[in-house]
Each structure stands twice: as C-alpha cells, then as structure tokens.
Ligand binder design. Sequence first.
Ligand SMILES: *[C@@H]1O[C@H](CO)[C@@H](O)[C@H](O)[C@H]1NC(C)=O
Ligand SMILES: *[C@@H]1O[C@H](CO)[C@@H](O)[C@H](O)[C@H]1NC(C)=O
Ligand SMILES: *[C@@H]1O[C@H](CO)[C@@H](O)[C@H](O)[C@H]1NC(C)=O
Ligand SMILES: *[C@@H]1O[C@H](CO)[C@@H](O)[C@H](O)[C@H]1NC(C)=O
Ligand SMILES: *[C@@H]1O[C@H](CO)[C@@H](O)[C@H](O)[C@H]1NC(C)=O
Ligand SMILES: *[C@@H]1O[C@H](CO)[C@@H](O)[C@H](O)[C@H]1NC(C)=O
Ligand SMILES: *[C@@H]1O[C@H](CO)[C@@H](O)[C@H](O)[C@H]1NC(C)=O
Ligand SMILES: *[C@@H]1O[C@H](CO)[C@@H](O)[C@H](O)[C@H]1NC(C)=O
Length: 781
Amino acid sequence: MAKLKAVCHFHLLLFLFLFSSFHLSTQLPLSQSQSLLQIQQLLNYPQALSSFNTVTDFCNIESTPFLTIVCYEDNITQLHIVGDVLQHSPSFPLNTSTDSLFSTFSHFPNLKVLSLVSLGLEGPLPPSVANLLSLEILNLSSNSLYGSIPHQLSSSKTLQFINLDGNCFSGNIPAWIGSLPFLTTLSLRNNSFNGSLPDSIAHMWSLRILSLSRNSLSGNVPDLSNLTNLQVLELGDNLLGPHFPKLPQRLSILELKNNRFRSSIPPELGSLYRLEKLDLSSNKLVGPFQASLLGLPSIKYLNIGGNRLTGLLLQNISCNSDLTFANLSSNLLTGDLPACLQEFKYKNGEIIYGGNCLSNQDQKQNPLNFCHNEALAVSIRPRNLEHRKLRREVMTFLRIFGGSVAGVVVLALVFLTMRKTYKMGVVKEPSTRFITENPSVTDTTKQLYDAKYISQTMKLGTSIPPYRTFTLDELKEATNNFDVSTLISESLDGQIFKGVFTDGSVVAIRSLALKRRQTPQTYTHQLELISKLRHIHLISALGHCYEFLPDGLTISKVFLIFEYYPYGTLRSHVSGLPGQKLSWTKRISAAIEMVKGIQFLHTGIVPGVCSNNLKITDILLDQDLHVKISCYNLPIVVEHGGMMISGVPSTGTKGKRHAIGVNHKDKNDVYDIGAILLEIILGRQITSQNEVHVSRDLLQVSLKTDEIARKSIVDPVIHKGCSDDSLITMMEICVRCLHEKAKDRPSVEDILWNLHFAGQVQESSREAPTSPSPSSSSQIP
Ligand SMILES: *[C@@H]1O[C@H](CO)[C@@H](O)[C@H](O)[C@H]1NC(C)=O
Ligand SMILES: *[C@@H]1O[C@H](CO)[C@@H](O)[C@H](O)[C@H]1NC(C)=O
Ligand SMILES: *[C@@H]1O[C@H](CO)[C@@H](O)[C@H](O)[C@H]1NC(C)=O
Ligand SMILES: *[C@@H]1O[C@H](CO)[C@@H](O)[C@H](O)[C@H]1NC(C)=O
Ligand SMILES: *[C@@H]1O[C@H](CO)[C@@H](O)[C@H](O)[C@H]1NC(C)=O
Ligand SMILES: *[C@@H]1O[C@H](CO)[C@@H](O)[C@H](O)[C@H]1NC(C)=O
Ligand SMILES: *[C@@H]1O[C@H](CO)[C@@H](O)[C@H](O)[C@H]1NC(C)=O
Ligand SMILES: *[C@@H]1O[C@H](CO)[C@@H](O)[C@H](O)[C@H]1NC(C)=O
C-alpha cells in the first residue's frame, strides 16, 4: 500500500487510511444521534435544525450558515447552531432549563467546537459545560445567559476561544481566567461585568484577542506589556482609568473609547508598528498629541476626538498612506491641518477636526486663546484640581481678611471667572462635518477573525462551483473517452487527464487505481474532508467519481476532479526567464497568498492538514498572478498513488529537515515556507538541502551588513524597486522559518504579520522615497 501526498505524495496519511478501513461507515453511535434529536426538542425545534426531520446520517448533513456538524471517526467534534432569536426577545423559545440542555452534550465526549448563537438561551451557564473535556471553542454569543461564568471552567486544559458576547453575564471577570493555558480569544462584549480587571490577565501569554467592550468595568488596566501575542484589545464603553494602560508591541487594534482615561498618551504608542486601528475618543486624555501617530506604518483608522489633547499641527506632517479615517475633533489642537489629511477628500476617506483651534475654518473652530487657556489649565493639572486649589487660596485669603468688603469683592470676581471658563468648555460643542464617508476599518477586524475561526474559513473560496459527484459519462465526454491526447501524466498509481466539459470549463482529472476492492463507504469521510478544503489560494477539488466493477458495489477506480491552472509555477515567475519575473511587490503578495493558503490547510478543517512538503513548484499562479497551492497533503489514501494534478515536475528541495514529534507538525510547513521565501528573495533556483543551508547563512550574515551588501545577493531584477526595510523584514522572517529547531520557527500567523508588514513598508517607501519608519514623521514640537 502506498501513500500519496496531496496530489503528489500523500505521505503521512497512511494511518488515516488504516483507521478508515476499520470504520466502513460514518454512522454516529445511537446515543449521539438521539442526543441531537433531544437537543432539537430542547431548543424548541429551531428552523436551523429542520433538516433533522428528514436526515438520519447527521455527519453528512450539508453545512448551512445556521448548522454545521463535523464528525471525526464516528464522533461529533463540532456543532454550530445559529438561531434567529433576537436578543432579549420577549417570547421565550427555549423549552427547558439550560441545565438539561448542557447535560445533553455529555454524550459528545469529543466535542471541540460548540457554538450556540442567537438561540434565546436564558438562564445561568451551568457548571456541566466544564465536563466537555475536549472543548476548544465555546461560542454562546447573542443569548440571554446571566449570572457568573462557572468557575468549574477554570480546570479546562483545552479551551482556546470563549465568546459570550451579547448576554447578561454580571459580576467580576474571574481571576482564574488568567490560568487557562491556551486561551487565545476572550470576548465578553456587551454584558454587565463590573469591578476591575483581574491582574491575572497580565500573564495570559497566549492571548491574541481581548474584547471586553460595553460592560461596566472600572479601575486601572493591569500592565499588559508582557502579552506578546495580543493583537486586538477592545475595552471601549466601560469606566476604566485614569491611567493609560501599558501595552504590548504587536497590537493591531486598540480601542479604549468612552472610558475615564485621564493621563497623557505615552510615547511608546508611537512604536506600535502594527497598529491599524486606534480609538481613544471620548476620554479625558491630556498632554500633547503625537502627530507621529498619523504616520504609523500600518495605521488606517485614528480617532482621538473628545479629549483635551494639545499641540501645534504643521502642514508638512506625514501620514501613512493607508490612513482613511481620522477624527481629531474636540481637542485643543492649534496650527494647520496637515496637507496629507486634506488629501482625504480625494481618497474617499473621512477627516473630522472641528472643535479645535486650527487655522482651517471649514469645520467650526474655537478662537486660538481658548485652546491656549484650556491647554494651560490641563497641562498643569486636571481642571477640578485646579479649581479646588483656587478655592483653597480664596478661603485662605478670606480667613486673613476676615470677611471684609474687599474679600467679598475678590471672591465674587474669582467665581465669575471660574464660571465663565467652565461654560466655555461646555458650550463649545464641536460642529463636525463629514467630507466623505466609508471608513474601512472593519475589514481589518474581519481579516483577523477570518484567519482564526474555523467556521469562518469554511466559507471562503465561494467562487468555485460547489463540490459534487461527477458521472463517469461526463468524464468520458470531457476526455474523449480518456484519449491519450488528454493525458497530462502517468505513473504506476494512475493517470492525470485534462478534461474539457461541454460548458467549456477545463479541469484536471486524476484517476486512482485500486488494487484491493473497496466500497464507497471506505472513502466517505476522506472525500468529505477533501470537499471542505476550499480556499481561494488552493487548487480545490471540484468533485469525485467512482468507477464500479460489474457487481455495482465495489469500486475499481476513484476519480478526483480538480481546478486546472496552466499559467506556470511560482518558480518560473521568480527564478525563470527574465521577462516573466515578478516585481518585489508582487513577490511579497504572492508570499502572503501562499501563507494564507497554508494557514487555511492548518486551521480550515479539523483535523488540520499539516506536513504538506510544499515546494516552490507546487505553488501555481493563475492568470492574474494569484497563488494556487497544488500539491498539498490531500487527506486520502489509496492503494497506489503519487502524482500531481498540475503536470508540473517537482524538483524542489528534499532532505531530512522535518521535525519529528506531533507538537511541531505545522512547523514542517514553516520550514518549507522558508525555503520558498529564499528563492523568492534570491531569484535563483535552490534545489538541494545543502543550498538551502548555505543561502540561509548568507542571508543571516547580510542582515548584519549594509544595504549595498544586502542588495548584492538578491535577484538583480528587484534591485531598483525594493525598499531596504521590506527586504530586511523578508530576510529576517525567512531565516527564522529555516531555524533548525522546529520550536524556534515562527507561527504561520507570525509569518503572515511580517509579510504584511514588509508589504506595507514597501508600499509606503514607493510613495515617499525617504525612510518610512515612524520616527521619521515629524512631531508636534
Ligand atoms: C469516539 O468516542 C468513543 C466514546 O464515545 C471513543 O471510545 C472513541 O475512541 C472515539 N473515537 C475517536 C477516534 O476518538
Ligand atoms: C417541551 O419538552 C417536553 C419534554 O421535555 C415535550 O413533552 C414538549 O412537547 C415540548 N414542547 C414543545 C412545544 O416542543
Ligand atoms: C448589545 O446589547 C444590546 C441589548 O442589550 C443590543 O440592543 C445591541 O444591539 C448589542 N450591541 C451589539 C453591538 O451587539
Ligand atoms: C457589581 O455589580 C453587583 C450587582 O450586579 C454589585 O452588587 C457590586 O457591588 C458591583 N461591584 C462593583 C465593584 O461595582
Ligand atoms: C514581564 O516579564 C518580565 C520577565 O519575565 C518580568 O520580569 C516582569 O515582571 C513581567 N511584567 C509583568 C507586568 O508581569
Ligand atoms: C468624532 O469625535 C467626536 C468627539 O468624540 C464625536 O462626537 C464624533 O461623533 C466623532 N465622529 C465620528 C464620525 O466618529
Ligand atoms: C516642516 O515645516 C517646518 C516649518 O514650517 C520646518 O521647520 C520643519 O523642518 C519641516 N519639517 C519637515 C519634516 O520637513
Ligand atoms: C461566534 O458567533 C458570532 C455570532 O454572534 C460569530 O460572528 C463568530 O464568528 C462566531 N465564532 C466562531 C468561532 O464560531
């Protein structure tokens, strides 16, 4: 029995096959099927589960946006049910207590993902939820659950994702949450949590997303600077403050709006090079506004409106080219609106700056002395302190003069002045005016969520026709009865044909010959997985077809039908003929797309597809130069196999570089990414393991030298267009990917971040020929 890797070598999946040959069908155990029916009843027959009335094979129910069931080896591993009950709807649809509902899940011991969204669940979250010992993702958003989060969950060793958004949970955020070892996402938005944030949050090193907006949290935020993985911090609409929190380096979204932060903005904020969205609006922030924030390399959305920030803006301040929304309104800024912000009018962006003291008069401004007076007051000490001190001085004065007429007059004068100042602060409401609409911030959040969440990624790749079963006649017609002229390649295990259907669509048809006869059930689970491997950056299977023996029961051949792309490989576009070579910018985006495809293989289905042994020749390009990964580790094993669908010879690097041990399986792919990045950077074919080592060391050395030395080793074609900063970023991530020890290689997300960053610095360097680092932007004096 041979192993196949994807469409090339399906190695590693031998064991999958061994498993599946003992399980000839994927029928659920009776207890699990019955539990599903019971859940249907307890949830009061929601529309989402209507298919339960007609289907008995629950594992093969077609996924819908409202229902997804994923099974692995006869056990349910994922259950997503999305209802349509409006939050706090007066009609109470649940036909049970939450207790009996959650105890039903004990029949699914292998459940990894549980989403019960918008189902009108009302009641406390029962402790029995902690009995799900494999649970990784818990999504109970948009229900009416109340009370506290049961402390029994603290013993979970597997939870990675908790989403309780849009419920009525209350009390403190429990301190034990900091001890969940693998928690990457904690989202408790729109509940009634109060009290301060537990200090234990500061030690949740695996945390990537912390969203606690719209609660009643108060007090200072613990020091988060050690949370090196944190990318999203959303604490808006609470009562937090007064000190500005200490933040980690890799944040891309920071939302602190509508709290009680009263301090100044720390200068470290200017070093958050990945920050895309910054919302500090409606606090009482004081001190200078650092105009360099407008030039952060990733910034797209900046809102500091409704604070008491001071400073002189200059016309020549530079902004990041992706910035499309800036709200500076209702502060104490003076000077001229930077020219780069005025350009928003032409870029479909939005800039709001009313209620300051700027020289631009098209959005209502205050007179200059207003800002100076207020600035004087706030820059010395917060207003109320100022007043208290003033009052104390008046009292001392009165005591000395013992209520004399002079005292009364002075007192009256002082109070009059105070009232006038106070009124000015209140009355001067900003009159904001929109220049254009369409802030494009939500995209970023969405991308992040897409990348992380299994159910989201399943929806990608929708432009491909739906997976289906093909008939043998269709295939015969498309290949002129498997005529030799349509043969792309052939080996012991079967053949690959190019097929053209009557509607003109072209496909690659791969036939897998079977030695031992099997029934279709043998392949049901494997084909189910294959049908879910769909992503814009993968060559996806469009369907399959069985050829039966005359008995009509046993299969003699399995055909897999794939998309067909005859436009060449990444190799031919980076180290091939000079005329075909991609520019530096295109190379970075090809690398990004490739890594997105690999990220999908790892996280898009359960179990993820790892150890894909990818080579640069497996990375195909479509007619628009977008990446399609071809030879990934297809989760199917047959008697014989080992070919490719693309007809592209595979001469990539081979070697014993793969890490052994299950924990770092995905790091094998990271190494392969490194080898491909090497070729992208150097622009020459790298075909042996030894060459990979030598070239990696070369890159490492050149990182310590100067730009000229660095450029001397890269592809001459990209010399002119390539910014040194983006080259350094690419070289660094490439070297890290090729680390000998699997555990020291970066995560796929980390790679993606770095590639995006390289793309951004490259982009900004093309606009402004000077260095794009944040420090080069001008500061408010
Ligand atoms: C499926 O669940 C049963 C218990 O219900 C367990 O014995 C079996 O090992 C599970 N199968 C897998 C592949 O985990
Ligand atoms: C509610 O559940 C009970 C059993 O738990 C069942 O007898 C009854 O028919 C259900 N009601 C509805 C409306 O489904
Ligand atoms: C928050 O919850 C309220 C009801 O409590 C709901 O009306 C509102 O739409 C929710 N907001 C978001 C953004 O989910
Ligand atoms: C939090 O809210 C509860 C009522 O839900 C109240 O008893 C408690 O005092 C509040 N705690 C704080 C710190 O505000
Ligand atoms: C951050 O980590 C360092 C080193 O591990 C440690 O010394 C420091 O106390 C930590 N800071 C916080 C706020 O936990
Ligand atoms: C800009 O900020 C001001 C002050 O916080 C706020 O009132 C206004 O709604 C904001 N405008 C937009 C479009 O966010
Ligand atoms: C911006 O203009 C000011 C004078 O208006 C000048 O002093 C400053 O050097 C300029 N800064 C840059 C970066 O050009
Ligand atoms: C959780 O449910 C919300 C809908 O409220 C959805 O937006 C989100 O993607 C879900 N997350 C997962 C991991 O299923």
